[in-house]
Design a protein around this ligand. Structure first.
Ligand code: 4AZ
Length: 258
């Protein structure tokens, strides 16, 4: 899932202090020149976390919505029980030891979840100990983010469809797509529980490895990175689980244990 890639962006090569201007890249290699999103700070977005296995391999993203609660995608939990997760907060660079690695005591998966494309792609991980990092409130009312609303996407996933995942946290801004546009893009789109985001011309998107991470609008968690056809393709926006649609079933899972 994701990765956040942007075509035709300026390449800033900081290596050896030299500024390398990319001269006349051949069209065939256009995808190689993609710069994935932009680096963003975990200080500014402390609620963005990533999930690893016990060996430290990052496979998904997530969002801290309460000190012990991380919202992620149901498909990120496939084949894994609580001991198989670590939640990493406060670490922008996957190769650093910054931040805190938390263990998970409980995994809740939406009871109707089957596959991402069928919907209900939402899960909640409960941390063993409360996180001290900031939390992001969950969107409650659907419809506060009409088509065209600017939404932020985040992740450490792939920087292009066939590329590698990002070492650093990347972020980008994409417009929420209308239901009509998303239905036209995907037969499986269900406006009742999914929301799409992306530019009609593509170029900026989540990708493999970004799943479970946040789609943020109006300072709230609006969506959970879920699926899409490829990454950043024209006419194929990213599909996000529409968090507000799961309010009733999600709310009890977000209550902190006493
Ligand atoms: C994935 O495979 C995935 N472009 C996540 C997000 C998107 C596509 C694929 C959206 O996890």
């Amino acid at each position: 899932m994701g990765e956040i890639k942007r075509r035709f962006a300026v390449v800033m090569a900081g290596l050896v202090g030299a500024v390398a201007l990319v001269a006349a890249a051949p069209p065939a290699s256009a995808d190689v020149e993609i710069v994935g999103g932009e680096r963003v700070s975990v200080v500014d977005h402390p609620w963005v976390v990533y999930l690893t296995d016990p060996s430290g391999f990052q496979f998904c993203g997530g969002t801290l919505v309460a000190p012990t609660k991380v919202v992620t995608a149901a498909h990120c939990t496939t084949g894994r029980t609580a001991p198989g997760f670590r939640v990493v907060a406060g670490r922008e660079d996957k190769r650093s030891t910054a931040g805190v690695v938390s263990e998970v005591s409980r995994v809740w998966v939406h009871p109707d979840y089957v596959t991402a494309e069928k919907g209900e792609d939402v899960a909640v991980l409960t941390l063993r100990k409360p996180s001290l990092y900031g939390v992001l409130p969950v969107a409650e009312a659907p419809g506060v983010y009409p088509a065209g609303t600017s939404a932020a996407i985040f992740g450490w996933g792939r920087v292009s469809e066939q590329g590698s995942t990002s070492r650093y946290l990347l972020g980008a801004t994409v417009p929420v797509t209308s239901d009509e546009e998303c239905s036209a893009a995907y037969a499986q789109y269900d406006a009742g529980q999914m929301v799409c985001a992306g530019f009609a011309e593509g170029g900026v998107d989540t990708c493999q490895g970004d799943s479970g991470g946040p789609l943020v609008a109006g300072g709230r968690l609006v969506g959970v990175t879920s699926w899409g056809e490829g990454c950043a393709r024209a006419g194929k926006p990213g599909v996000y689980a529409r968090v507000a649609a799961f309010g009733a079933v999600l709310a009890p899972e977000l209550v902190e244990a006493g």
